[in-house]
Design a protein. Structure first.
Length: 454
């Protein structure tokens, strides 16, 4: 371990900060009691060592803290190498979106240690927002920012039709509007779609990128809708009943979605262009949510909420009958662990499955090689959720706080690199999905100025 020396400035705790249960700097809030870092109210996953590192640096904000002192305070006497400190610092900078060469928060004092350079002040107590969740409260997603109408956002937090009237539709509510825009990967906003600002709940883009499907969860408008942004056409495709989580099939003519049958959510297939009876794909005693289609086999990847194992990923394979609709679809477990797995995306060549895992309070994006098998590989840094592939399949994107992180798929034969290559800051980010152009993606952002109610 390289031992540095303290700065000539004091490294003692700043008055009032070491005892403050919550401190704020820039868009971030560090809650010492809950051991959470938040950005604009959204939790940013951060390893325990990196969080403790942040606490020590904040307590001495404006002064250099030596490497020895950091190791002593964070690792509490354990014998560790410089590599451990460097890795913890790297994860901290990733969480803060900080650049060591142009730091906004943590400056490296070469040969000495590190200094927290941002202004820090005690934060006011946070008012916990009302959240609607898929998960029961015991495993509630800590980085989820679901609104009172279940808008799909970061984490496993989109609840499906829990608060309903006798007629089966949710009681009228006021909900935040979401805007639809297109961003360039690694750049900024390219265009904002001239479509209504509505409380969209989830988002699926057809394989060609010309049509979008989503559900609205407010009063008589509850159901699945199809939007053609460039034509300015918005229409509802479901009538009676409660439907959510539409996912486009490969042919672009139908959508898998969840349909509420009594107290359960079952998988159904619904036509996108004509009013015909929907086809029930799977009835089961537990809730199911469509995730993605395997294009060549017409198999559907879906998640199931099981009381013993939580959310698991399954594959629903079509009947072997030549007629397609004859016979039963066959469910097969795909990823089933004590952790929660959901929000899956299949690469355009059906090679890789990217999905989100929630273990404890942490969310990560993993990739499974569907051809080679083996164990899934973690590809996210400092947490992430909602993975999706570019149109060409050469990039994997995922949501982390108010950023869309991009990973390059350098060589199919060697799998995916776990190196963060670029990120795109999207203010008010709620959800992201692939755009028609390979180097762009669609985003839903919070338009806090407007509301939507029946």
């Amino acid at each position: 371990m390289v031992r540095g020396r303290e700065s000539s400035r004091s490294t003692g705790p700043r008055d009032g900060l070491v005892d403050a249960p919550r401190v704020a700097f820039g868009p971030f809030t560090l809650d010492r009691q809950e051991r959470l870092l938040r950005r604009h109210g959204r939790e940013i996953p951060l390893p325990e060592r990196s969080r403790r590192l942040l606490e020590v640096l904040i307590d001495a904000a404006g002064s250099t803290v030596s490497k020895d002192r950091l190791v002593d305070r964070v690792w509490q006497g354990a014998c560790v190498s410089d590599t451990s400190l460097t890795e913890a610092m790297s994860r901290l900078r990733d969480a803060l979106g900080d650049d060591a060469r142009r730091p906004r928060y943590v400056r490296t004092v070469h040969g000495h240690g590190y200094e927290f350079i941002a202004a820090v002040e005690p934060a006011r107590p946070a008012v916990a927002p009302t959240r609607r969740r898929r998960f029961p409260a015991s495993v509630a997603a800590s980085i989820a920012l679901a609104s009172a109408v279940g808008v799909a956002v970061a984490g496993f937090a989109a609840l499906h039709h829990k608060s309903t009237t006798a007629a089966g539709d949710p009681a009228p509510r006021t909900a935040p509007r979401l805007r639809l825009a297109e961003y360039e990967a690694g750049g900024g906003k390219v265009l904002e779609y001239d479509v209504p600002s509505l409380p969209y709940n989830d988002l699926s883009v057809s394989r060609g990128g010309e049509r979008l499907a989503f559900s609205i969860d407010v009063g008589p408008r509850t159901g699945a809708w199809v939007l053609e942004p460039r034509r300015g056409e918005l229409r509802r495709i479901t009538r009676d009943g409660s439907f959510t989580d539409p996912v486009w099939a490969s042919d672009g003519r139908s959508l898998a979605m969840s349909w509420r049958r009594a107290d359960d959510l079952d998988l159904v297939l619904h036509a996108a262009d004509r009013e015909t009876p929907f086809q029930v794909l799977l009835e089961a005693p537990h809730d199911q949510f469509p995730e993605a289609w395997l294009h060549r086999s017409r198999a559907l990847v879906y998640s199931e909420r099981h009381p013993a194992t939580g959310y698991d990923l399954w594959v629903l394979r079509p009947p072997r009958s030549r007629h397609g609709s004859d016979g039963e679809w066959l469910p097969t477990p795909l990823v089933r662990t004590p952790a929660d797995e959901a929000f899956a995306a299949v690469s355009p060549d059906d090679r890789y499955l990217a999905f989100t895992v929630k273990s404890g309070r942490r969310f990560e994006v993993l990739v499974l090689d569907l051809r080679q098998g083996g164990d899934p590989v973690t590809v996210s840094h400092a947490g992430g959720t909602y993975p999706f592939w570019s149109r060409t399949g050469d990039r994997l994107h995922y949501v982390s706080g108010d950023e869309v992180v991009t990973l390059e798929r350098a060589d199919i034969g060697h799998g995916l690199p776990s190196v963060r290559s670029a990120s795109t800051v999207v203010p008010g980010l709620r959800f992201a999905a692939p755009a028609p152009a390979a180097d762009r993606f669609l985003v839903l952002t919070d338009d806090s100025a407007g509301t939507f109610s029946d």
